[in-house]
Design a protein around this ligand. Structure first.
Ligand code: FES
Ligand SMILES: [Fe+2]
Length: 476
């Protein structure tokens, strides 16, 4: 399948870049199908298959390019949706606060009590100065840096210098609230005060995370990457594994993207989907060239697990078993958290969830990531991808403080910031296509300015389009 001699000693080798032109598969099982054939126990969450079939109307490129749709998105999506604004550990103490910016909007999220959060439009009632800046702030008074109007943590105006100058100040003037709630340690806001509860927007997802509580985790790595792409095509690049063949060839020996399973759920309100890709299963494109033993060696090297002894990893089943056991042992030794009775799937595979409009929580320990996408100002051409690595809180003692945010500017790369580790490296691979996708959309013949989407591998993009079209009330 590949003429390039194999020389894979570490993650990052790109010699798998070409499958033989014209190659097709005759019988490609999906994730559950693969595990069934291998006789492995299927975790309940993976066995519960999606119930929604999107209608498949692809979204026209004009919605990614034309600035006239940006204000409409602000009104119909960002002012109407539950959206993740931060993590609880970002504001660990009462009075801690951060800004959450989405498009031209900005909100202030504050820990109002030990266990509750509040959120407000991030704008002073005097002359509108943005109250919370780009860096986290703290203290029991929210004081505007312009003229010192001061607010308590529940948003009430508590002090106006020279109050006699404001004889007509109405009683009850204060910060304007938005809805705020949390799930799994994630703090969500919704500017629509009449919105249905957060639980309605998350749909079936929280049920699947009951055995992987996101509130028991802390942010070990945090990246905000600015990208010249519309926020929608940015996130769409993460809704499928079809791009692995050419975008992440270096991952193919250890992740079986061709076996990726996709599932969608939709009850008319919550649009939720999931992708599962197995680890330690060489990708269909390289399965004839990469033995389970080699996949295991690469996996252990990539994840810093002890190298497998002679005789281990001769079969996929044994390779997965070895990697899972060592992963659980490593967590136990490092944190005291005991995952030793968890399924192999929980410990090593990729289980990535998506909740409309732009939030990606991950289930399990295989890749415990967290993504979120937000547009920048009123530009259809720029967005921020936020990436976190969430690690389980140690059993003893306080979790480590939240990682400093690594800002990566438009023309910078993750690999310029060694603290981002492999997350930064993989992000770079994904980003390589982004700007060219955006330029390519502009270069499309207007007569065919919509994507052609795969039945299964890109079904989550179809679902995202359906949810977007619904939210925007699009007719064409
Ligand atoms: S704008 Fe905030 S005190 Fe004047
Ligand atoms: Fe990717």
């Amino acid at each position: 399948m590949n003429d390039v001699p194999l020389d894979i000693t570490k993650y990052g080798n790109r010699s798998y870049v070409r499958a033989v032109l014209g190659t097709q598969f005759e019988d490609m099982p999906d994730y559950v199908g693969y595990l069934e054939r291998a006789g492995e126990k299927i975790p309940e969450t993976a066995a519960a298959r999606g119930t929604h079939q999107p209608d498949g109307r692809p979204l026209a490129y004009k919605y990614y390019l034309d600035p006239k749709y940006v204000p409409e998105e602000v009104e119909k999506i960002w002012k109407k949706s539950w959206q993740v604004a931060c993590r609880g550990e970002d504001i660990p103490n009462v009075g801690d606060r951060v800004a959450y910016d989405v498009g031209p909007l900005s909100f202030l999220i504050v820990r109002a009590t030990e266990t509750t959060f509040k959120a407000f439009w991030n704008s002073c009632r005097h002359r509108a100065r943005r109250l919370c800046g780009d860096e986290p702030e703290s203290g029991d008074v929210i004081q505007c840096p312009f003229h010192a109007w001061s607010y308590s943590l529940d948003g009430k105006l508590s002090w106006v210098p020279r109050q006699e100058e404001f004889p007509n100040l109405a009683a009850g003037v204060g910060l304007r609230p938005v809805l705020c709630d949390s799930w799994g340690g994630n703090v969500f806001i919704n500017p629509d005060l009449n919105a249905a509860p957060l639980a309605d927007a998350l749909g079936i997802m929280p049920q699947h995370f009951l055995d992987c509580p996101q509130e028991d985790r802390y942010t070990a790595i945090r990246i905000k990457k600015k990208v010249r792409i519309n926020w929608k095509s940015g996130l769409e690049a993460f809704l499928e594994g079809y791009h692995v063949l050419t975008t992440h060839p270096s991952g193919m020996p250890i992740f079986g993207s061709t076996y990726t399973q996709t599932d969608c759920w939709d009850d008319g309100t919550a649009a939720v989907s999931r992708l599962i890709t197995p680890a330690l299963v060489p990708d269909g494109w390289v399965k004839d060239e990469v033995s389970p033993r080699l996949a295991l060696e690469l996996f252990c090297n990539t994840y810093g697990l002890p190298a497998p002894p002679e005789g281990r990893g001769e079969t996929v089943a044994d390779a997965r078993d070895y990697a899972a056991v060592k992963t659980a042992e490593r967590y136990f030794e490092a944190t005291g958290v005991d995952f030793r009775d968890r399924s192999i799937s929980y410990l090593v595979d990729m289980h990535q969830w998506f909740s409309f409009p732009a939030f990606f929580p991950w289930w399990g320990e295989g890749l415990p990531w967290w993504y979120n996408f937000t547009p920048i100002d009123n530009s259809p051409d720029e967005c921020i991808m936020e990436i976190r690595l969430l690690q389980p809180n140690p059993v003893e003692g306080a979790p480590p403080p939240v990682a400093r945010t690594v800002w990566i500017d438009f023309d910078e790369k993750g690999r310029d910031y060694p603290e981002t580790g492999q997350v930064g490296y993989i992000m770079d691979e994904d980003m390589e296509n982004m700007e060219e996708v955006h330029r390519g959309m502009k270069a499309t013949d207007p007569l065919v300015a919509r994507p052609i989407l795969a039945t299964h591998q890109e079904i989550r993009i179809k679902h995202f389009h359906e949810a977007y079209i619904r939210a925007m009330g699009i007719k064409d």
